[in-house]
Design a protein around this ligand. Sequence first.
Ligand code: GAP
Length: 410
Amino acid sequence: MNKKNTKKESTENSNGMEKIVSLCKRRGFVFPGSEIYGGLAGTYDWGHFGVALKNNIKQSWWKKFVDARRDMYGIDAAILMNGKVWEATGHVANFADPLDGKQFNTMLKTEVGAGEEAAISYLRPETAQGMFVNFKNTVDAFHPKLPFGMAQIGKAFRNEIAPRDFLFRQREFEQMEIEYFVRSETWEKYFEYWRGEMLGWMEEVGINMGKVHELEVLKEDRAHYSSRTVDFYFDFPFGNKELFGLAYRADFDLKTHKLEYTDEEEGGKMVPHVIEPTFGVDRAVLAVLLSAYMEDEKDGEIRSYLKLKPNIAPVICAVSPLLKNKPELVEYANTKVYAPLKEEFGRVAWDDNGNIGKRYRRQDEIGTPFCIVVDFDTLSDDTVTVRDRDTGGQERVKVSELTRFIKNKI
Ligand code: GAP
């Protein structure tokens, strides 16, 4: 695997998880679910910065795998599906983990409808089926030629026997999945192609590729629907564990749902085969955070910061008046710097709390790439200080150039 990002510029991840979990809570990324009622194992609530980080990661995925392509069709299917779907796919019979010698089905069961009308169903354990059951709708609406794919981002639920390791194993989580339909004889070529695309995206969002490993999953360990699986593992502080997966589902799902494709090129009906790249959003967030977490020494103190890529960071820049009790600085910072940047980028913070050093540390901890300070010189020369998160270096930039300056860095 790629050994690029191993530059030793600071000590990373000394005690890994505790620091990340505590930072996430303290700085408003991720909170334990239902905390004031004693919590609910396997659930987490996302705070302001966590939602922003997660959205940026999801957007980068959607942009690369849907918007930038001509052969991909997005979908947002219902979480609740007819119970017959899960009977047909074998999930009712097979989606289970061993518990005290018996198989415990990990789908979350629910009742849909009232009284006599109530039907048993399940909160979907994978987003994949929402795509397969809409295969015909998608073909009829868009008439795609093979190969083509469907893509979905959405929640999935599993009644995990032992949820653990923060965002890693939850009962409610999110997936980003692609079902890519190909002619059966080409599956190996597209399997390799998607392996490369997956690695490319991991690098784009800032996952430390030196910690990613591929594992060919043995037949006896594969999901019941898969004819080949390669898992991507990541060196988490709690072990080398599955991050994402790539499966060759062959014609398992389309055959199960009795779906076909009319092949206009070759003539006649056929059943395409499926390559499935699957990504857990929460595991992606965790791997990005662990890859970005850094510690170094600044001004004789240890500082921790998140070296997030600017397009992924929850806040792209923070704006501060040097002193909060000087109305002329506050007025300038607010109207001439903060307001236009906020309008342009949205994810811009106003920070006038404590001294400048404290503000920098706070922004470093949430991974803000740039801190902009309005000082007394600004009032006469219309320039501001832009401080770089990673180097701590500062430069003066014209206020009129700020938007372009930041756009060039994203
Ligand atoms: N449609 C294929 C599928 O669902 P999976 O390997 O069972 O395959 C896909 O799940 C991805 O979803 C995993 O690679 C992982 O990133 C994420 N995932 C699975 N279970 C999870 C859990 N309990 N908590 C958080 N993420 C999970």
